[in-house]
Design a protein around this ligand. Structure first.
Ligand code: G16
Length: 536
């Protein structure tokens, strides 16, 4: 085994001295530097499979990053992100120099007492980046090197691969581990739900979809055939002539607070954008004055949790709903959820793995990052559909179909889109009515380049900077100058930069505050390149 692994690994050499870290959602960097990481993660996934006696997933994607980047996400048995202790192994293995690779592998085998004669099974998928096919081949090499069985799904969205892993490890209870199985489960639930729609005219069934020129575009096309025209999607940025994530996609729309290029929006038309691997979604529309309105992950969490809360009450089920957010959640959303909706709100660090874990603690955990990444957990476990009264029966049936529509393995743009469309249809709600549930506080996100972003360490779910000394005091002093203001900074775990978030009573204040905080980061945390400029 030793000689095979080291021989094979020579074909996937590690650039000497290159150090990478398993970040917010796996490894991410320029595609050029990832071949050895892919091979080694194939090895690691095989070990993880033997350890858990389950199928493990490896998704080759860099999601919202530019097309030249790539990356990898490891998926644990229930379809969730890999457990943190194995993130550590992933980093160790990725950074081991060639000569010590075998001993690094052995270390893990010993620490985890892995029986190498167990069978191993790994599911692999990839996004549409030009580098993804070659890199996923390196993953496959790693898996076969350690004798693992492979199922290569080829082009799939990240959440589809999470779904397949969950289906396989629950032996079909969750669904069938094929693309057809995925489309059928979701579309059947959607069609059942929309039978309860109010005034479901063709106009209301129309949705403009920005596919970010990525995998999501390919996959909604496949889904479309199963939806029996209950949703009429008009697809933009389908990859036929644009670059992945370039001036389009969920991240662009959320951060820039403007529509993607390449979309023709009529006033009041409901639109949504996926990100590069279709695990995030945001909605938006232009009003009759031409102003842009964004409905981000916070608005989605509010819509879904309000709907679920009502259904639970109607079905006579007394269950605790909680919403999990991050520091990026708009202050108005948190206030609305706590004060008006009376649901428990919890805040975690950025990264779906943190939100997912926190949501598992509640009867029903709705988790969404403001950037549109989220889902609902535990639905099936607690809801017993034994209602006897007619009204209760009806609510119970709606709940059952809603459960089938939600991808509980991870946040899923396609599944979330169908849930949102079904809820709007059932409630007879327009996008404007949904938007008016509460009004966002104006906010601004910026990024700052620094020499080493690890200089910034944070605490309190990333709401406070602990290092460098004095930075938080400066931020506090700046925030004090504005009404209803809040700001924080954190190192990104997917890109080599520091993120800055600010919100305040007016857009002008939010913009100025974000700029001032960026300058504080630039001066106190080793900014490089040009000094941040004020927003126009
Ligand atoms: C990933 C994570 C998200 C996170 C985002 C940004 O998204 O899955 O949970 O919010 O990165 O992370 P950071 O601010 O640390 O760069 P995606 O869609 O890129 O996989």
């Amino acid at each position: 085994l030793d000689s095979k692994a080291s021989q094979k690994s020579m074909l996937h050499p590690k650039p000497k001295g290159l150090m990478l870290q398993y970040g917010t959602a796996g490894f991410r960097t320029t595609a050029k530097h990832l071949d050895h990481v892919m091979f080694r993660m194939g090895l690691l996934a095989t070990l993880r499979s033997r350890k858990t006696k389950s199928t493990i997933g490896v998704m080759v994607t860099a999601s919202h990053n530019p097309e030249e980047d790539n990356g990898l996400k490891l998926i644990d048995p229930m379809g969730e992100m890999v457990t943190p202790s194995w993130e550590g192994y992933a980093t160790q293995l990725a950074n081991a120099e060639q000569e010590v690779l075998c001993s690094a592998l052995k270390d893990i085998i010993e620490k985890e007492t892995i029986n190498m004669s167990e069978t191993a099974s790994v599911f692999v998928g990839r996004d549409t980046r030009p580098s993804s096919q070659r890199l996923s081949q390196a993953v496959l090499d790693g898996v076969s090197c350690l004798g693992g069985q492979i199922q290569d799904y080829g082009l799939v969205t990240t959440p589809q691969l999470h779904y397949m892993v969950r289906c396989r490890n629950t032996h079909g209870c969750y669904g069938t581990d094929t693309l057809q199985g995925y489309y059928q489960k979701l579309s059947q639930a959607f069609i059942e739900l929309t039978k309860n729609a109010r005034n479901h005219t063709d106009d209301q069934k129309r949705l403009l979809v920005d596919g970010a020129n990525g995998i999501g575009a390919l996959k909604v096309r496949e889904l479309e055939a199963c939806l029996q025209s209950e949703l009429q999607m008009v697809l933009f940025n389908d990859g036929s002539n644009g670059k992945l994530n370039y001036l389009c996609g969920a991240d662009y729309v959320k951060v820039q607070q403007k529509p993607p290029q390449g979309i023709n929006m009529g006033a009041g038309e409901r639109c949504c954008s996926f990100d590069g691997d279709a695990d995030r979604i945001v909605y938006y529309y232009n009003d009759s004055d031409g102003s842009f309105h964004l409905l981000d992950g916070d608005k989605i969490a509010t819509l879904i949790s309000t709907y679920l809360k009502e259904l639970l009450t109607q079905a006579g089920l007394n269950l605790q709903i909680a919403v999990v957010q991050t520091a990026y959640a708009n202050g108005s959303s948190t206030q609305y959820l706590e004060d008006i909706m009376k649901v428990t709100v919890s805040c975690t660090k950025t990264g779906v793995k943190h939100l997912h874990h926190a949501a598992q603690k509640f009867d029903i955990g709705v988790y969404f990052e403001a950037n549109g990444h989220g889902t609902v957990l535990q639905l099936s476990e607690f809801i017993r559909l034994k209602a006897s009264v007619d009204e209760k029966k009806h609510a119970a049936k709606l709940l059952e179909n809603t459960i089938n529509l939600i991808n509980q393995a991870t946040g899923d743009a396609i599944s979330d889109m169908l849930v949102i469309e079904a809820v709007l249809a059932i409630r007879g709600m327009t996008v404007q009515e949904w938007d008016s549930i509460y009004t966002d506080l104006p906010n601004r996100q910026l990024t700052v380049k620094v020499a080493d972003r690890r200089m910034i360490d944070t605490a309190d779910a990333e709401r406070r900077a602990v290092t460098p000394a004095g930075l938080q005091d400066s931020i506090d002093a700046l925030v004090k100058k504005y009404t209803k203001a809040r700001a924080f900074v954190r190192p990104s775990g997917t890109e080599d930069l520091v993120r800055v978030y600010a919100e305040a009573e007016t857009q002008e204040s939010a913009d100025v505050l974000a700029h001032e905080v960026s300058l504080a980061v630039y001066h106190m945390a080793g900014g490089v390149g040009e000094k941040p400029k004020p927003l126009k």
